[in-house]
Design a protein around this ligand. Structure first.
Ligand SMILES: *[C@@H]1O[C@H](CO)[C@@H](O)[C@H](O)[C@H]1NC(C)=O
Ligand SMILES: *[C@@H]1O[C@H](CO)[C@@H](O)[C@H](O)[C@H]1NC(C)=O
Ligand SMILES: *[C@@H]1O[C@H](CO)[C@@H](O)[C@H](O)[C@H]1NC(C)=O
Ligand SMILES: *[C@@H]1O[C@H](CO)[C@@H](O)[C@H](O)[C@H]1NC(C)=O
Ligand SMILES: *[C@@H]1O[C@H](CO)[C@@H](O)[C@H](O)[C@H]1NC(C)=O
Ligand SMILES: *[C@@H]1O[C@H](CO)[C@@H](O)[C@H](O)[C@H]1NC(C)=O
Length: 563
């Protein structure tokens, strides 16, 4: 095998390996277990199940992120008064005034289904975050005391880790700013924020923040900006896609130059805070050498929503999604409609390559009490189907997830859903939409038992000898068990996002090249040789959830570290 690989190009290898091991085939693209039997679509909808995990997380999940220790760090603002998690002893740490006796952040242990309190001192209200390549969460900004703050959360296996808040601060206040990890610099760019028409780097690599005229241009005075929490994606060449309001640019942060201006997204309304829509980049694929990067933006608020909501009139949200390829030379938003209008949703990329649109409301906009009609049905979007056949409506939840709610994908394949608080403080009764502290999981149909015969199990990542990760462009192995029924296999890696305000900062999925598969000692044990994407801009160094997908049915994921 080793000699074979060394002596041939990957494609030749693949062909030879296909001949040698024709029981298992490396896939050419995403699989869809329902595609062959469309009649299943109805039944598969029933297979998406909602489970209540906890009645009280104590703290509103305004922000949420999954760490590579399979725990979820959750936090709210510190200035919302008492939370529902009171410390046994009143600490001096943990916010100001009455707020100091209460937790404003918790860590959720997925396996134990329990939360433990963490300690935050400065206000994290509407802040941003990015995982660094070593798995530490770099968290930035907030309001008041926290608006220029830089914080670290270094995840741990034990229960010993907690927040570190640095003395060193950012240049300007970053409230409603977005952040993105920059692999070349191993730093983070923080963009925008209330009254902050600029960007800066953390740790600092310049002596001042840089003005970003695009943020002035997209600012809509009577709508609280409509360009806060700009959408950021890292393109495959290191340029930044920045979207705010209805406009977007390709930005070279090194030269501080706008490289491209993209067309305005159609639709009669904005997509950025407080007209909050959401966005993903569709999975990047080794089949085109990761050369195509396609952005998708969904939902948003109707024009005038913010002003109308101040008068308690809640306008119907936008129903449209736009898809645009940001690589190449031709850029056009291709529009399609969701099954219903939607604002403040979260968009997550699932291991199948499908996009989940979840949480939010049908009318109004983001803000305190500015939305109505919770959007209780998640949508599933299958990007590779024919237009018109891509959306599926999933099972309804009973729990409204409005402003300050979030959702993240767990390594086991479920979606963790939490938070929601359209009130200034924790108000549990007597309002239309009380503070929501229940924690739910949405269990996708791909986890159902009827697909167990297809599911790869017990996935292990095997690095080259002595290594504790794999470098970009290098080969590593993945071993797994597969029962008698084998189909098309693909291997995907998912960078877990920092979720807040309908943004999933740094979320991306890459479909990896597999050179071939070999059956191991056991009859059902396989070993695959897989290539980490060659470019740091395709797959920035960091921790990824690695999933083996067989005929559209994903395994549980295992953590992959790209060095
Ligand atoms: C949540 O509370 C309800 C009502 O008290 C109870 O029936 C249910 O078992 C609780 N669920 C969990 C997961 O604790
Ligand atoms: C990761 O890097 C950051 C920034 O250099 C550092 O503060 C942190 O301690 C590192 N984390 C780990 C787990 O080594
Ligand atoms: C949050 O920031 C705004 C704008 O700077 C300020 O008016 C307000 O007082 C701040 N809120 C708190 C709780 O610090
Ligand atoms: C595997 O995928 C290829 C291309 O996507 C398809 O032609 C073939 O029918 C699939 N085979 C199985 C067993 O699903
Ligand atoms: C990786 O897997 C290939 C088969 O796909 C095998 O030949 C090779 O020995 C494996 N390498 C390691 C380090 O396990
Ligand atoms: C794939 O893209 C990388 C850059 O990301 C480039 O170095 C490489 O030559 C490309 N490979 C092919 C076969 O085009």
């Amino acid at each position: 095998m080793g000699g074979l690989r060394a002596s041939c190009k990957p494609l030749e290898c693949l062909i030879i390996l296909l001949l040698l091991f024709n029981r298992v085939v490396c896939s050419k693209g995403p699989q869809d277990p329902d595609r062959k039997t469309p009649a299943r679509s109805k039944s598969s909808q029933r297979q998406w199940n909602w489970n209540l995990l906890l009645n009280n997380t104590g703290v509103v999940a305004m922000h949420m992120a999954v760490t590579h220790h399979n725990k979820v760090v959750i936090f709210d603002q510190t200035d919302a008064g008492p939370s529902q998690y009171r410390f046994r002893k009143c600490k001096t740490r943990g916010g100001s005034g009455e707020s100091a006796c209460y937790a404003h952040s918790v860590e959720y242990n997925v396996l134990k289904n329990k939360v433990r309190a963490l300690h935050l001192t400065t206000d994290t209200w509407c802040s941003s975050g990015s995982f660094l390549s070593n798995g530490t969460l770099l968290q930035t900004g907030g309001n008041g005391s926290g608006s220029k703050k830089i914080r670290y959360y270094k995840p741990c296996k034990s229960n010993a880790c907690d927040w570190t808040e640095l003395k060193r601060e950012m240049f300007v206040r970053r409230w409603y700013a977005s952040s993105l990890y920059l692999p070349k610099e191993n730093s983070v760019i923080v963009v925008g924020g209330q009254s902050a028409f600029s960007y800066e780097f953390v740790p600092k690599t310049s002596s001042k923040p840089y003005d970003l005229p695009f943020l002035h241009r997209t600012f809509e005075r009577n709508s609280k900006g409509n360009n806060l929490y700009p959408i950021l994606h890292l393109s495959n060449n290191g340029l930044l896609f920045i979207f705010a309001n209805r406009d977007s640019i390709l930005f070279d942060y090194k030269k501080r130059k706008v490289v491209k201006k993209f067309p305005k997204i159609p639709g009669n309304g904005a997509r950025s805070y407080p007209s909050t829509g959401s966005s993903v980049i569709l999975p990047l694929d080794n089949n085109d050498n990761f050369s195509k990067v396609e952005v998708m933006v969904c939902g948003g608020a109707a024009r005038g929503s913010y002003a109308a909501a101040q008068r308690r009139r809640y306008l119907t949200g936008l129903r449209s999604c736009g898809r645009m390829t940001i690589t190449g030379n031709r850029h056009r938003w291709r529009m399609e409609n969701m099954p219903g209008p939607r604002i403040m949703s979260d968009m997550l990329i699932l291991p199948t390559g499908d996009i989940l649109i979840i949480n939010g409301a049908k009318r109004g906009c983001a803000g305190w009490g500015t939305a109505s009609d919770p959007a209780l049905e998640p949508y599933l979007y299958k990007p590779n189907r024919m237009p018109g056949k891509r959306f599926q409506i999933l099972k309804k939840t009973k729990i409204a997830r409005l402003y300050h709610s979030s959702a993240v994908l767990l390594p086991d394949g479920r979606i963790l859903v939490a938070g929601g608080n359209p009130n200034h403080r924790y108000i549990m009764h007597g309002v239309t939409h009380p503070t929501e502290l229940r924690l739910q999981a949405l269990t996708p149909d791909y986890m159902s038992e009827r697909f167990d015969h297809l599911r790869p199990k017990d996935v292990k990542v095997i690095y080259p000898r002595k290594a504790h990760g794999v470098e970009n462009g290098h080969i590593f192995n993945v071993s797994f068990s597969l029962g008698t029924e084998t189909g098309n296999l693909s291997v995907v890696a998912y960078a877990p996002p920092f979720a807040t305000h309908s943004l999933s900062m740094n979320q991306r999925m890459v479909r990896l090249e597999c050179l071939g598969w070999e059956s191991g000692d056991g009859h059902d044990r396989f070993q695959a040789s897989v290539v980490a994407p060659p470019s740091i801009y395709v797959a920035p160094p960091g921790y990824y959830m690695l999933t083996v997908v067989n005929g559209g049915v994903p395994s549980r994921s295992s953590w992959l570290r790209i060095l």
